[in-house]
Design a protein around this ligand. Structure first.
Ligand code: PMP
Length: 373
C-alpha cells in the first residue's frame, strides 16, 4: 500500500511502539506519586519539554502536554479568553478545532473577526490589518494549511501584531509544520504554538501547546492540577515518551530535502497527463492537491484505494465540506473542488514508491475517464 495522506496522519515509527510499550508495561508509574520511581518519570517528562523547546528554537516558555492538537487549540483559545471588551481574530482557513471554537465564542457574544485568505492560500495581510486594534486579545492562525499546504508568513503577522495590536497574544497551529519544516519560535515571535505527534510518526492522541508564559492562559479542565495546573489528568506517559522517540529520530532538514525530490518526481510524472491539474500553492512540500478533470475526487479516492494507493479529500477530521470551504475561499472553481484530492507525502517514502503511485494515479484516472465518456 502506498500512503499519500500523510497530512491526515502518519505511520508511527516502530521505535515509538517499543518506547510506548516500555512506559506502559514496565515503567508505568504515575508521575504524580510520591515514590522515587514516579519522580524519575516526572523528570523525564520535563526532559521532553526541554527537548521540544530546543526543537522549537527557544529557551523561553514551556510545553503543556495534551491529548493532541484539537485539545491544544481549544486550550490556547478558550484559555486566553478574558471578560471585558476584548476582540479575537482568526484566519478563515483554520482547522475545525480552531474555527468551531471561534464560532462558539461568537455565539457567546464575544467580538470575533475572521480574516480572508488570498488566492495563494495565505492570510490576507490587508484584511488582517483592518481587524487588529488595541482591544485585540488573541490572533490565532495556522502556520501551514492542512488543506492547501500554503505557508503563512508568521514573522510578518507577528510584526503586524506588534504594531497594531500590542496587547494581543499570537497563537499558531503548527501541526503541519512542527518537525516537518525548519522554523524557530524566536524568529516567529509567537506566544503559543500547537503540535500533534501523529503528524510526524509519533502516536495518536498526544500533542502539546507551547506557551511563552504560563499566565497567558487559564485551565479549561479542573482536576488534580497536572501540567502546571493547565491540563489536569494523569499524564499520557507512554505517549509523551513515544513522542520523544519520534522527535529524536527525525532530521527536519534532511527530511525536507527528501520530500523535495519526492514531490518533484511525482509532479514531473503527473504533469504528463494533461487532464490532471496540480494545485500547488508553493507552500509546504509535503502537501498539494490534484484536480482530476471530469471525475469526482471521491470516485478517484475509492478507485485508488482499490489499487492500494491512499489519497485524501482535504481534512480527514472534518466533513468533506471543510475541504471545500478552504479551497472555495481562495477562489478555486467549484468543479475543480469536486474533482480534487489531497496528496501528502512523508519523508521516508522512496522515489520508486512515489513513481509507482503517480503511474497508478494516471492509469486509474484514464480508466475511469474511458468508462464515463
Ligand atoms: N490542526 C491541523 C492544522 C490539523 O491538520 C489537524 C489534524 N488534521 C489538527 C489541528 C487536529 O489534530 P489532532 O488530530 O491531533 O487533534
Amino acid at each position: 500500500m502506498i500512503f499519500l495522506d500523510n497530512a491526515g496522519t502518519t505511520k508511527m515509527f516502530e521505535e515509538c511502539a517499543e518506547t510506548y510499550s516500555f512506559y506502559a508495561c514496565q515503567e508505568y508509574y504515575n508521575p504524580s506519586a510520591a515514590t522515587r520511581k514516579s519522580a524519575k518519570i516526572s523528570a523525564e517528562i520535563n526532559d521532553v519539554r526541554s527537548l521540544i523547546l530546543k526543537k522549537l528554537g527557544t529557551m523561553e516558555g514551556t510545553v503543556i502536554f495534551t491529548g493532541g492538537a484539537t485539545e491544544s487549540n481549544n486550550l490556547a483559545i478558550k484559555g486566553a479568553i478574558r471578560g471585558g471588551d476584548y476582540e479575537y481574530v482568526f484566519s478563515s482557513g483554520e482547522h475545525p478545532s480552531v474555527l468551531n471554537v471561534a464560532k462558539s465564542l461568537q455565539m457567546q457574544g464575544k467580538t470575533v473577526h475572521f480574516v480572508k485568505l488570498q488566492k495563494n492560500g495565505q492570510i490576507d495581510p490587508e484584511d488582517l490589518k483592518s481587524k487588529l486594534n488595541q482591544k485585540t486579545r488573541l490572533i490565532s492562525c495556522m502556520f501551514v494549511s492542512n488543506e492547501t499546504g500554503a505557508i503563512n508568513d508568521i514573522k510578518e503577522l507577528s510584526k503586524l501584531r506588534d504594531k497594531l495590536a500590542p496587547n494581543a497574544l499570537l497563537h499558531i497551529d503548527a501541526v503541519q509544520g512542527f518537525m516537518k519544516i525548519p522554523f524557530s519560535v524566536e524568529d516567529f515571535k509567537v506566544d503559543m504554538l500547537t503540535f500533534s505527534a501523529h503528524k510526524f510518526h509519533g502516536p495518536k492522541g498526544v500533542g502539546g501547546l507551547y506557551v511563552r508564559k504560563l499566565n497567558y492562559i487559564k485551565n479549561i479542565v479542573d482536576g488534580g492540577g497536572q501540567e502546571y495546573g493547565l491540563r489536569s489528568g494523569t499524564e499520557n506517559v507512554p505517549g509523551i515518551m513515544a513522542l520523544r522517540t519520534a522527535i529524536e529520530k527525525i532530521d527536519v532538514r534532511k527530511n525536507y530535502e527528501n520530500v523535495q525530490s519526492l514531490k518533484q518526481k511525482f509532479n514531473e510524472i503527473i504533469s504528463k497527463e494533461s487532464g490532471i491539474k496540480i494545485l500547488d500553492f508553493q507552500g509546504s512540500l509535503y502537501i498539494e492537491s490534484l484536480v482530476f478533470t471530469g471525475v469526482k475526487g471521491e470516485t478517484m479516492l475509492h478507485a485508488l484505494e482499490e489499487k492500494n494507493v491512499i489519497v485524501g479529500l482535504g481534512s480527514a477530521c472534518s466533513s468533506k465540506k471543510a475541504g471545500n470551504r478552504v479551497l472555495s475561499e481562495i477562489g478555486i472553481d467549484k468543479n475543480d473542488i469536486i474533482s480534487s484530492c489531497r496528496v501528502s507525502f512523508n519523508a521516508y517514502q522512496t522515489l520508486d514508491e512515489i513513481e509507482k503511485a503517480a503511474d497508478i494515479i494516471i492509469k486509474v484516472y484514464n480508466d475511469i475517464r474511458k468508462r464515463v465518456s
